[in-house]
Design a protein. Structure first.
Length: 319
């Protein structure tokens, strides 16, 4: 039974990294599975230079610096990471979970889901290559202004790079809307240099929830980061950084109950399946706030709950 872990964490964003660190500190045998080739999630994949304002003691840090610090602090506990494996299902026999991936199987006594928010993607889009996505309205860059000529364009992100895309699109697009998940001055770097085009606007703090369309992109659904309020926006083209298109359909593979496009959890971060817990942007409960600070609190609460669960289920667990 030595190959069975006390805990397997699915998702290597900031919440998953912190949860893994806390679990190892408590002496749990934990392993983290991340489907990409690196840790950090949106802190490093979207815009690592975004300043943080909701993390006590780290108000002068950038998102990337926080990710690097969490990863560095965890090293002393000798973490076990599995990269580039996509979880396709979670089976269970008695009290042992089998985490099935596209490359193999992993056994654990408990599971923590920290997969991040992601977005719902129409089935036809999920199967397309990057080149094919461009043809139906999903761009990672603007190679030619004619691509957006007379179109309604949405740009995801508030970095200098994404603001640059928005400015470029505004030269020929009908309208441009920047969607940004944090309150930052996305136009701040333009002050004193350029004026904001009249056909460009910004919506923040909102995150991308769902792409709409049957054969091409026709709109998006977004959510307010703190209130979970949802809006539907018509668009012809969406521009986003590579790696942002995380598929929220993956949550269905976990067999847990969903509510308001998130994993439904109890106060102790337990999902509808005993032994499976969740924390971070992927969860929903009344009053949920999608911030780094709240995600860290949820991770700590989840690990405490997992330790209690293991002690109650496994009578011989760390007597």
């Amino acid at each position: 039974m030595s190959d069975i872990h006390d805990l397997i964490i699915i998702g290597g964003g900031s919440v998953g990294i912190y949860a893994n660190q806390y679990a190892l500190k408590k002496g749990l045998k934990a392993k983290l599975i991340e489907k990409s080739d690196s840790l950090g999630g949106k802190l490093t994949n979207l815009d690592p230079q975004i300043p943080l304002s909701d993390v006590p003691g780290a108000d002068r840090w950038t998102a990337g610096q926080l990710a690097e610090t969490l990863i560095s602090q965890t090293k002393k506990y000798h973490p076990e990471y599995i990269f580039k494996e996509h979880v396709t299902g979670i089976a269970q026999k008695e009290f042992i979970f089998t985490i099935e991936t596209d490359k193999g199987k992993h056994l654990a006594r408990s599971v923590l889901l920290t997969t991040g928010r992601g977005i719902f993607i129409p089935e036809f889009l999920a199967k397309l290559s990057d080149e094919e996505k461009c043809k139906v309205g999903i761009l990672c860059e603007i190679k030619d202004d004619r691509e957006v000529l007379g179109k309604k364009v949405v740009v995801v992100g508030g970095s200098q790079e994404t603001s640059g895309w928005a400015l470029q699109a505004a030269r020929s697009a009908k309208s441009v809307l920047i969607i940004n998940w944090r309150f930052i001055k996305s136009y701040g770097w333009l002050e004193g240099n350029l004026s904001v085009p009249p056909n460009m606007d910004i919506l923040e703090p909102y995150g991308l929830l769902e792409l709409l369309g049957d054969e091409k992109v026709t709109g998006i659904k977004v959510f307010h980061v703190t209130t979970s309020e949802e809006k539907t926006i018509d668009t012809d083209i969406i521009i986003m950084a590579r790696g942002y298109l995380a598929n929220l359909n993956d949550l269905k593979n976990f067999g847990v109950e969903l509510e308001k496009n998130g994993i439904k959890v109890t106060e102790d971060m337990h999902t509808s399946r005993p032994g499976i817990f969740s924390a971070g942007d992927c969860v929903y409960y009344p009053g949920k706030e999608r911030t780094v600070k709240m995600g860290s609190r949820e991770a700590a609460k989840a690990i405490d709950s997992i330790e209690k669960y293991l002690k109650s289920v496994w009578a011989s667990f760390r007597n």
